[in-house]
Design a binder for this molecule. Structure first.
Ligand code: FAD
Length: 388
């Protein structure tokens, strides 16, 4: 067992941190306040060639693993860019994983090089207002019409929809009532987010405001047969393939966010003098931060193990889910404790912790809720009956 990064990975981390240092805390504060997509940051990463880190070299990417993608996102979040910075990039970095794994050769040639260059933005359209966590109940429907499909329906929480020209869209192609298994009969499309047929309505949300999330209304959207990802009717299974890498990458990103919150809290605590001594001399300030440090370290080890297994072709479901669960708990606790450490200034935007705290709260809900992770572990790891 080796717990150290190799030289290339250390260099990658250093280079990413160096690039991130050009985008300071105030840059992120302003993007968040103005609900402005951080184009300068995004373009810098595209130019550096890091968006295609996990896309095969044959299609213009770097052909590296989830481990390297996770190292990048960890360094991004840790720089103070937090989830605003991470989400700006992570959709480009793993969003097309189902295409890499299941797309036709033609589809890969057509889309992956421009995604690797950062020119093609793809958003994710899975969640629906009346289906939520129960994905098999989605009602967005794709009707076959000659050599194309016509799609109607509604999605919610479509992130980065305003910047994207494509949406990886899950739709039913067979009504649920005609399927033997609930998970059958859904198809994944790489559909155009064409405003003639698609209407976006931005959701005013708690945090991570540099990246928009939207309601998406779809009316008679035509999608060419060649834009079906993988097999018709197997979309749910193709999507599942992408969930473990997504959980691993996000766990790394969460841990980076926890790190920057702790760092800021410790710096503040060492400098802030109350009762004629730095507040960091109080154990009630030290211990919560020390405990959060230990919990973050544990979550880091789990995502690293999950990433290592994924890159070596081993099953990763339990590790990826546990990493997501522990990282979400650890980062929210770390941000909350950091906020408490700063006292009143923790609540002020100019100290940045309140932004991290708002971002950290999201992680217990998306991309999968903590309860659903526990459901998975109860059933698939511990062998208890499905409870719902
Ligand atoms: C900022 C943001 C960005 C997002 N971006 C995207 C995106 O780009 N694309 C996309 O498709 N989706 C996106 N999502 C959606 C996200 O994946 C869902 O919000 C999440 O999976 C939870 O689904 P839901 O909100 O429908 O909750 P619901 O399914 O309505 O559940 C509500 C609550 O009940 C709990 N619950 C439900 N059933 C059970 C059960 N059987 N056992 C225990 N607890 C249960 C859930 O855990 C949750 O806490 C985003 C969400 C947010 C907030």
């Amino acid at each position: 067992m080796n717990f150290e990064w190799n030289e290339d990975q250390l260099l990658l981390k250093k280079e990413v941190s160096r690039l991130c240092s050009k985008f300071d805390d105030n840059y992120w504060l302003e993007c968040d306040k103005a609900h402005r997509f951080p184009w300068e940051f995004y373009n810098a990463f595209a130019e550096a060639g890091w968006l295609g880190v996990a896309i095969p070299e044959k299609y213009g990417g770097a052909g590296l693993g989830i481990t390297e993608a996770a190292i990048i996102l960890h360094a991004v979040a840790e720089s103070g860019a937090g989830m605003n910075g991470g989400t700006t990039l992570h959709l480009s970095m793993f969003g097309l994983n189902p295409v890499v794994k299941h797309g036709s050769e033609e589809m890969k040639q057509k889309y992956l090089p421009s995604a690797a260059r950062g020119e093609l933005h793809v958003s994710f359209g899975v969640t629906e207002p009346d289906a939520g966590t129960d994905t098999t109940s989605i009602t967005t429907f794709a009707r076959k019409d000659g050599d194309r499909y016509i799609i109607n329906g509604q999605k919610v929480w479509n992130s980065k929809g305003k910047e994207a020209s494509k949406v990886l869209l899950l739709a039913r192609t067979t009504p649920l009532s005609d399927c033997k298994k609930k998970t059958d009969g859904m198809t994944l499309f790489l559909a155009d987010l064409d405003e003639k047929y698609c209407t976006l309505r931005e959701i005013d949300k708690l945090g991570r405001n540099a990246v928009d999330s939207n309601e998406l209304f779809i009316e008679d959207l035509p999608v060419d047969e060649s834009d079906v990802v993988g097999e018709v009717g197997k979309g749910f299974y193709h999507l599942l393939d992408g969930l473990n890498p997504e959980r691993i990458l996000l766990s790394a990103e969460f841990c980076g966010l926890g790190r920057v919150a702790l760092k800021k809290a410790i710096n503040y605590a060492n400098e802030r003098v109350v009762f004629n001594r730095p507040i960091s001399k109080n154990q009630s300030i030290q211990h919560p931060l020390a405990e959060s440090h230990a919990k973050l370290e544990a979550a880091e080890l789990l995502w690293q193990r999950a990433a290592n297994k994924y890159d070596n072709g081993l099953p990763t479901g339990p590790d990826a889910n546990m990493a997501k669960y522990l990282a979400a708990e650890a980062v929210f606790e770390a941000c909350d404790r950091a906020l408490q450490t700063l006292g009143g200034f923790g609540y002020a935007k100019e100290f940045h912790i309140e932004r991290y705290w708002r971002e950290a709260r999201l992680l217990k809900i998306a991309p999968v809720s903590q309860q659903m992770v526990l459901n998975y572990l109860s059933e698939h790891v511990l062998g208890m009956p499905k409870s719902y």
